[in-house]
Every structure is written in structure tokens, then in C-alpha cells.
Design a protein around this ligand. Structure first.
Ligand SMILES: [Cu+2]
Length: 172
């Protein structure tokens, strides 16, 4: 009888532990990539998918990396009919049960003042800081300068020229 009770207790414990793990879930980052920097470009950007299965809404509040002097969370917005990049105020929202996509023309992690060019085929670590899920370090793969097609490339180049060129810390 005692051993039977022990078995029941152990089974109950295991069930609780398993259910707890399933409910808690995780913040999963997939396909993080950056475009190779061209020539003397002093800025780069990283893109990725963030899956929030943690059970609560969260916010990506910051990012850290050694590849550049500054790392910021950016988005694009229309200003006077011109698309511009701006630092995100209050972080990038990642609601529970959803996927937030960081992509060219939208949210991205911006590396300002690159210490060295981002070379195609290389990779570098980036630590994402979430309000609730804490820090997640990922490996960002550097893709070719033409990644995401010509349209995206031309748009991106234009935006960098018209906006990032006059931001503090750039073009030094
Ligand atoms: Cu940017």
C-alpha cells in the first residue's frame, strides 16, 4: 500500500512538472540574420522571428552586441511623406501566443558604428533583452548583400542614406 501511494504521488508530481513546463513555454527566436555590410557602411541591421509561448505578453526592450558601438531597436515610419528609421519607444511588443517578425522595412535590431564590416557567411552573437523572459543570446547569420531581393535592397539603401547619415555617432 505504501509503495502504491508513493507511485501515485510520484505520478502526480511528474504530471505537475510536465504541465508546468508546457504552460510556461518559452521565447523562441528563429532564423536570425543580418545583411552583409557594403563597403564603408557603418551600420547594419538584424532580422528574425520571435515566437512568444511564455504565457504572458512581453516586450523586447533592448539588444546587446559587440559588433558595433551602439545597438538600438528600430522601426520605420512615415514622416512628411518620407519613410524613416527611428528608435522604437518602449520596445518591440511580442504578445503572448503570437509571432513578431523583425524584417526589412519594419522592426529591426540596428547596429550603429560597426567595429568591422559584417562579412557574408560569418555570424555573431546578439543578446536580446525581454522585459519578462529576460536575456536570450542568439547567433545572427550574415547573408549576402542582396538577401531579400533587389526591391528590399534598394529601399534599404535609400533609407540608410537619407536618415542614418545624420544621426549622432554615425559616419565617423
Ligand atoms: Cu535602423
Amino acid at each position: 500500500m505504501n509503495s502504491f501511494k508513493t507511485f501515485i504521488a510520484a505520478t502526480a508530481l511528474a504530471t505537475v512538472a510536465f504541465t508546468g513546463a508546457a504552460l510556461a513555454g518559452d521565447m523562441t527566436i528563429s532564423k536570425p540574420w543580418a545583411r552583409a555590410s557594403a563597403g564603408m557602411a557603418k551600420a547594419g541591421a538584424a532580422f528574425m522571428f520571435i515566437y512568444n509561448e511564455t504565457g504572458m505578453d512581453d516586450t523586447l526592450v533592448a539588444a546587446k552586441a559587440d559588433v558595433s558601438k551602439k545597438v538600438e531597436l528600430h522601426t520605420h515610419l512615415m514622416e512628411g511623406g518620407v519613410m524613416k528609421m527611428r528608435e522604437v519607444e518602449g520596445g518591440i511588443p511580442v504578445k503572448n501566443g503570437t509571432t513578431q517578425e523583425l524584417k526589412p522595412g519594419s522592426y529591426h535590431v540596428m547596429f550603429m558604428g560597426l567595429n568591422e564590416p559584417l562579412k557574408e557567411g560569418s555570424s555573431f552573437p546578439v543578446t536580446l533583452v525581454f522585459e519578462h523572459a529576460g536575456e536570450k543570446t542568439i547567433k545572427v547569420e550574415v547573408m549576402g548583400p542582396g538577401a531579400m531581393g533587389d526591391m528590399a535592397k534598394h529601399k534599404m539603401g535609400g533609407m540608410q542614406n537619407m536618415d542614418h547619415g545624420n544621426m549622432p555617432g554615425m559616419g565617423q
